[in-house]
Write a protein that binds this ligand. Structure first.
Ligand code: COA
Length: 709
C-alpha cells in the first residue's frame, strides 16, 4: 500500500550485500554482483557465500550477519528452499531493504504462495522492505547501480520505469539503448509481495530526478489508492501505463505469470482517463510516449503547422492531425505572404506548407523559422521523404537548432528507413523525439496535449467528499435481510426504499394482489401497464409478464387476472403480487448500469479495487447492439458525469436534435448522480441496471430497475 518508508534504500543504498554470489561467474548471483561492479557503484559492496572469503575483489562473508557494517540493501539470489534462513539472517542483521530475485513463490501455486507469506511475515516483523520475489532486480543510474541481471545499462535520465515482467524490462532497456533514452529508475517488481506500483509512483512523484513515470502492469490491485495518489500529487507528472489482459486468453496467461488477477478492462480504461494517466496501447506506443514526454515540450494548444517536401504525405498527415482532435492552423495573410516572399514560386504557402520535392535544408529552415516567428501555431510538424537531392542530416540539424528557439514542440517525421536513418540518429543524439510514421507522432502529440490540459485543470474529475457517505445508507441494516442471486434481483419493496433515499424518480406505481386496489390506483392514473414483479420474473421461464396501454377497468381486470394465473403456474407463489404502473409517454429511453470492481468494502482505506463503474447510454432492447456508452468511475465529479453522458449519441438526441425540442437532459444527469450516490451508500451493490430510464420533456423515470447485492 501507500507506505514509501525506506524505498530510497533500494535506489540510494550506502551498502549492498549479494546473497548467492558465487565463484562460478555464470550463476545468476555472480551476474548481478558483477553488474553492480561494472555499473560503477561507489559505495560498500559485499558478497555472501559460505564457500569463499573474497569474490571478484570484494569481501565475502558466510552470512549477512557477519558483515562488519550496516546493510541498506541485500539482493537475494539463492534457491527458494533457502529463503527462510536467509531472511531471518537479514532480519537479525537489521537490513533495511531486500530484493528477492528467486522464483518459486505465489506464481507457482499454493505452496509457493505460503512460502511468500512466511517470508513477508519475517520482513514485516523486522520492518524490511521487499522488492520481488520473482524479479529481475533494479537499476538506478543516478547511483551507478545495476542490481539486476539485465544485460545493458541505460543512461541516467528522467524516466522511472516499473515492470511486472522482468523480461519486459530487458526488452525496453535494449530498445532504449540505441536512442540513449535516459532513465532514473528501472524496477522489476515481480510478485509485488511488498513494494508495488502505488508506492513507487508515490515515491517518484516526489523525486525531482523523475519527470516521466512509465509502467507495464498486469494487475493494479489497489486501484482506488493509485487514483488517490495521482490526484493528490503536488507535482503532476505524466504516468504512462501499458496494461495487457483485455482478452480472456491474456487474462489466463497473466494469472500464471505473476499470480495476479486481471481486472475489468473498461474499469481500468475509465479509471486512467479520469485521473490523467496515459494508457499505452502497445510496446511501440509506450516507447514513443516515453521518448516524447522525456525529450519534448508539451503542446499548449491544438493548432498544427505542417511543413513537408511531399504533397501526398502532407495530405495523409492533415487527416491524422484532424482525426486526433487537432486543428490545421489557418494562416494569416501576413504569414502566407511572408512565406511566399522567401520560398520559391513552386512552393505552396498554405497549411501544409509544401516546400516541394527538390527542397534542400534551407527551405525547411525558412519555413520553420517563419512559422516560429509569426507564432500562429502551437505545434510544428516537419515531414520529410528522402529524394536523391534531399539533405536529410542537414534538415535534422535545422530542426535541432530551431527547436532551441521556441518553447513549442517541433516534431520531425522522416518517412522511410535506410536514407532517413542518419537524420533520425542525429535527432536522437540531440534528444529530439522523431518518428518514421505520422501515426506515432500523432499518438504522442495527442497524449501530450491531453496531459497538458489535465495538468492545467483546476477542478478534479473526482468528488472525494462523496466518499464520506460510503456505507452509510439508511436502510443498510434492513438490506441485510435480503439476498439476491444472478437471476434474482432484489425485490421491489426494498428497491423502492433505496431509490427513494437518493431521489431517483420511479413511475407512480402500486404492488398488490388485490385487483380492486389495482383498479382504484388505475382510475387516477390511466393509461397504465401491468407487470410481473422482480420476484416473479426471477422464476420466469417464458411467459407474458407485461401488458401495455391499458386504459380501462375491464382490460385492467383481465390483464391482472391472467398475469396472476400465469405467475401461479410458473412459480411457487400462491398469491402473487402484481405491479401496476402509470404508462409514461416518453421520447427516449436511456440505460444506466453499474458494476463493482473490488469487494463490498472497496471504499474503505487500503482495500483493493477501483470501486463502481457507471455506464450510461442508449436504452431499450437494443442497448447491447448500439453499445452507445459513456463511463464514469465513482466518486465522479458532476462535470465528469456530464462528460460521460455527453460522449454518447443518445445525449445529442436528449439535448434536442434535428429541430426537436430538448428533453429532460438535467434530469438524466440527476438520475446518474442518484445512482452514484446509491452505490456509495450501499457498497454491497455488486451491480445495478436501469433499463429503461424513460425521458420525457421534463422527467426521467426509472421504470425498470434491477439491483444485485
Ligand atoms: N547464503 C549464501 N549463499 C548461499 C546460500 C546461503 N544461505 N545458500 C546457497 N548459497 C550459494 C550456493 O552455494 C551457490 O554458490 P556456489 O556456486 O558457490 O555453490 C549460490 O548461492 C547460488 O545457489 P545455487 O543453489 O547454485 O542456485 P542457482 O544459482 O542455481 O539458482 C536462483 C538460484 C535464485 C537463480 C534460482 O533458484 C531461481 O530462482 N531462478 C529463477 C530466477 C528468475 O527467473 N527470477 C525472475 C526473473 S524475472
Amino acid at each position: 500500500m501507500e507506505n514509501t518508508k525506506n524505498i530510497d534504500k533500494f535506489f540510494e543504498p550506502e551498502s549492498i550485500a549479494v546473497v548467492g554470489a558465487s565463484t562460478n561467474p555464470i550463476k545468476l548471483g555472480s551476474q548481478i554482483f558483477n553488474n553492480i561492479i561494472e555499473s560503477g557503484f561507489k559505495k560498500k559492496l559485499y558478497a555472501i557465500n559460505p564457500k569463499a572469503d573474497e569474490l571478484y575483489g570484494h569481501e565475502c562473508y558466510p552470512s549477512v550477519k557477519d558483515v562488519p557494517e550496516e546493510l541498506d540493501l541485500a539482493v537475494i539470489v539463492v534457491p527458494a528452499k533457502y529463503m527462510k534462513p536467509v531472511m531471518n539472517d537479514c532480519a537479525e542483521k537489521g537490513v533495511k531493504s531486500v530484493i528477492i530475485i528467486t522464483a518459486g513463490f505465489k506464481e507457482i501455486g499454493e505452496e509457493g504462495a505460503n512460502l511468500e507469506k512466511e517470508i513477508m511475515g519475517i520482513a514485516e516483523k523486522a520492518g524490511i522492505r521487499i522488492i520481488g520475489p520473482n524479479c529481475l532486480g533494479i537499476i538506478a543510474p543516478h547511483s551507478n547501480l545495476n542490481a539486476s541481471f539485465a544485460d545493458g545499462y541505460p543512461e541516467a535520465g528522467d524516466i522511472a520505469f516499473i515492470s511486472q515482467s522482468g523480461a519486459f524490462c530487458t526488452a525496453v532497456l535494449d530498445k532504449a539503448l540505441p536512442y540513449k533514452l535516459g532513465f532514473s529508475h528501472f524496477v522489476s517488481v515481480g510478485n509485488k509481495a511488498d513494494v508495488d506500483e502505488n508506492q513507487l509512483i508515490k515515491y517518484w512523484l516526489n523525486d525531482p530526478k523523475v519527470n516521466v513515470i512509465s509502467g507495464y502492469l498486469e494487475e493494479i490491485k489497489y486501484g482506488k489508492e493509485l487514483l488517490k495518489i495521482t490526484r493528490e500529487a503536488k507535482n503532476k507528472k505524466p504516468i504512462i501505463v501499458l496494461k495487457p489482459g483485455q482478452s480472456d486468453a491474456a487474462k489466463k496467461a497473466i494469472s500464471s505469470h505473476t499470480g495476479s488477477i486481471a481486472g475489468s478492462t473498461q474499469t481500468f480504461k475509465t479509471a486512467v482517463q479520469q485521473s490523467g494517466i496515459i494508457e499505452a496501447e502497445s510496446i511501440r506506443d509506450m516507447f514513443n510516449l516515453m521518448m516524447g514526454f522525456s525529450w519534448n515540450k508539451l503542446p499548449k494548444g491544438n493548432k498544427v503547422g505542417l511543413v513537408t517536401n511531399a504533397g501526398g504525405p502532407g495530405i495523409i498527415a492533415t487527416d491524422m492531425v484532424v482525426n486526433n482532435g487537432f486543428e490545421m492552423a489557418k494562416f494569416s495573410e501576413e504569414l502566407e505572404s511572408s512565406l511566399e516572399e522567401k520560398l520559391p514560386s513552386t512552393a505552396s504557402c498554405l497549411n501544409p506548407v509544401d516546400v516541394v520535392g527538390d527542397a534542400l535544408a534551407d527551405r525547411y529552415e525558412i519555413a520553420i523559422r517563419t512559422l516560429i516567428e509569426k507564432d500562429e501555431t502551437d505545434i510544428i510538424l516537419v515531414l520529410l521523404t528522402p529524394q536523391r537531392i534531399t539533405e536529410v542530416e542537414n534538415t535534422a540539424k535545422v530542426v535541432i537548432n530551431l527547436s532551441k528557439m521556441t518553447d513549442k514542440p517541433i516534431i520531425p517525421v522522416f518517412i522511410g528507413k535506410k536514407y532517413v536513418k542518419p537524420g533520425l540518429d542525429r535527432l536522437f543524439d540531440n534528444k529530439i523525439p522523431a518518428y518514421t510514421e505520422v501515426e506515432d507522432a500523432m499518438t504522442v502529440l495527442k497524449a501530450m496535449h491531453d496531459f497538458y490540459k489535465y495538468s492545467q485543470q483546476t477542478k478534479s474529475n473526482f468528488n472525494d467528499k462523496l466518499l464520506e457517505i460510503a456505507g452509510k445508507g439508511e436502510h443498510t441494516e434492513e438490506l441485510n435481510n435480503y439476498e439476491s442471486s444472478a437471476e434474482n434481483a432484489l425485490p421491489d419493496e426494498i428497491v423502492e426504499k433505496l431509490v427513494a433515499e437518493v431521489g431517483l424518480e420511479l413511475p407512480k406505481q402500486i404492488i398488490t394482489s388485490d385487483v380492486d386496489e389495482a383498479i382504484k390506483f388505475a382510475q387516477d392514473n390511466f393509461p397504465v401497464v401491468v407487470k410481473a414483479t422482480n420476484d416473479a420474473i426471477a422464476h420466469k421461464t417464458d411467459f407474458k409478464a407485461l401488458y401495455l396501454h391499458i386504459d380501462n377497468e375491464e382490460d385492467l381486470r383481465n390483464a391482472f387476472t391472467e398475469l396472476t394465473q400465469t405467475v401461479k403456474e410458473n412459480s411457487e407463489v400462491s398469491e402473487p403480487e402484481i405491479l401496476i404502473q402509470e404508462e409514461i409517454d416518453y421520447e427516449e429511453s436511456i440505460f444506466i448500469g453499474t458494476n463493482r470492481d473490488g469487494d463490498k468494502n472497496v471504499y474503505e482505506e487500503g482495500q483493493p479495487g477501483f470501486g463502481h463503474l457507471i455506464a450510461v447510454g442508449q436504452g431499450g432492447i437494443y442497448t447491447e447492439i448500439y453499445k452507445d456508452f459513456g463511463y464514469v468511475l465513482t466518486p465522479g465529479a458532476k462535470d465528469r458525469i456530464k462528460k460521460a453522458f455527453d460522449s454518447t449519441k443518445v445525449a445529442k438526441i436528449v439535448k434536442g436534435a434535428r429541430g426537436k425540442d430538448p428533453l429532460a437532459y438535467d434530469e438524466v444527469l440527476k438520475a446518474i448522480e442518484a445512482i452514484q450516490k446509491l452505490v456509495l451508500l450501499y457498497p454491497r451493490i455488486i451491480s445495478l441496471d436501469i433499463n429503461p430510464l424513460l425521458v420525457t420533456k421534463d422527467r426521467a423515470i426509472a421504470v425498470d430497475i434491477k439491483i444485485f447485492i
